[in-house]
Design a protein around this ligand. Structure first.
Ligand SMILES: Nc1ncnc2c1ncn2[C@@H]1O[C@H](COP(=O)(O)OP(=O)(O)O)[C@@H](O)[C@H]1O
Ligand SMILES: N[C@@H](CCOP(=O)(O)O)C(=O)O
Length: 325
């Protein structure tokens, strides 16, 4: 459960007095997520989400994320909207943490990914990319290839080896292959860039009555290669429970994407290295959290080793045909 910071009823009721959203009826910590503390609030006017920003979020960047969510909504992408207080501020402080209230998005994320989810997912991702083109302020990807080596080093070799013998050497070797091959690296051709979600896992995509009802959790969003977002989705949505890659899911995802924004040949060609990088990024952040989560924190760290077979799979793929397109 991701509640790193507890809040009392009194503190929350006092906080709500600065907003025009009614009085507190109930609130509960949300037993999902790993990054921030999230609470579901019910007030006399409706449901809201309160987020206290914790780990990887840089407070200076919060206006960029909140502005991005507002911009996406203005372009027709359904996502939570920051709620302003009576002074017009969306970013506040509660329990010594940066805090924001956002609207509650109806829907449920798919506990089991099915084929019917994949095409709508691809379409929504491409719509997000097109909508992001008019949000012009850039935010560098702080978890891009330049961060992976330092992240592996920060995990400490002996602790990585304790997670799985040989893991440190395997990741170091994969990094030595992925980083020099990365688009835009030292003379490599770049790919189309723009605003990406960068964490569009099933738990960040809501469905209602078999339709995609909205996207949440924009706190890793950044300016990067658009196709990298597809590579993240290939990792997060297109492996069966037994670890087998599901090419049919992948094909539907990419078809949905291309219904809205056709891929360039260079993007298709780069998909294996982008998918390797995406597997590496989530493996490393999970590994870091696995090793560093403080005892007693109300959070369930995610298993880094789920991403090792995915990384190996992508390292063996030669071109887009490996992904079913
Ligand atoms: N705006 C929202 N509307 C409805 N539920 C939400 C909303 N934001 C978060 N949630 C719920 O909280 C959970 C955790 O949120 P998330 O943003 O993924 O947390 P974290 O950033 O800590 O990983 C989600 O899976 C969802 O159930
Ligand atoms: N999606 C990441 C972790 C980030 O958590 P989220 O709950 O914000 O999606 C992973 O699975 O490693």
């Amino acid at each position: 459960m991701a509640v790193y910071t507890e809040i009392s009823d009194e503190a929350l009721s006092g906080f709500l007095e600065s907003f025009d959203i009614g009085t507190l009826v109930s609130f509960r910590g949300i037993a999902e997520g790993v990054e921030n503390s999230n609470f579901q609030l019910r007030t006399s006017t409706g449901d809201f989400i309160l987020t206290l920003y914790e780990k990887r979020v840089n407070v200076q960047e919060l206006p960029w994320f909140l502005g991005f969510m507002q911009h996406l909504a203005s372009q027709g992408v359904t996502c939570p909207q920051p709620v302003a207080d009576r002074q017009g501020q969306t970013l506040r402080t509660l329990a010594d943490r940066p805090a924001a209230i956002t609207t509650f998005l109806p829907g449920v994320w798919p506990r089991e990914v099915r084929l019917e989810h994949c095409r709508p997912l691809g379409r929504a991702l491409a719509q997000l990319h097109l909508a992001g083109q008019s949000y012009t302020q850039e935010r560098a990807n702080s978890l891009g290839p330049q961060a992976w080596g330092p992240l592996l080093a920060a995990c400490q070799q002996e602790r990585v080896e304790a997670v799985q013998p040989g893991l440190q050497a395997e990741l170091a070797a994969a990094l030595a292959h992925i980083v020099p091959a990365w688009p835009g690296h030292e003379g490599n051709a770049a790919l189309p860039r723009g605003q990406i979600h960068a964490d569009l896992f099933p738990d960040n995509v809501f469905f209602l009555d078999h339709e995609l009802s909205g996207l949440i959790d924009f706190y890793f969003a950044c300016t990067d290669f658009l196709a990298y977002d597809i590579a993240i989705c290939l990792n997060a949505w297109c492996f069966d429970a037994d670890g087998t890659f599901n090419a049919e899911f992948s094909r539907h995802l990419v078809q949905g994407y291309e219904d809205v924004r056709p891929l360039t040949e260079a993007e298709r060609h780069a998909m294996p290295v982008l998918a390797q990088g995406a597997a590496m990024r989530f493996l490393l952040t999970r590994l870091y959290d696995w090793i560093n989560t403080p005892a007693g924190a109300l959070v369930t760290p995610k298993n880094p080793l789920e991403y090792l077979p995915r990384l190996r799979f992508h390292c063996a793929v030669e071109d887009g045909r490996g992904y079913g397109f």
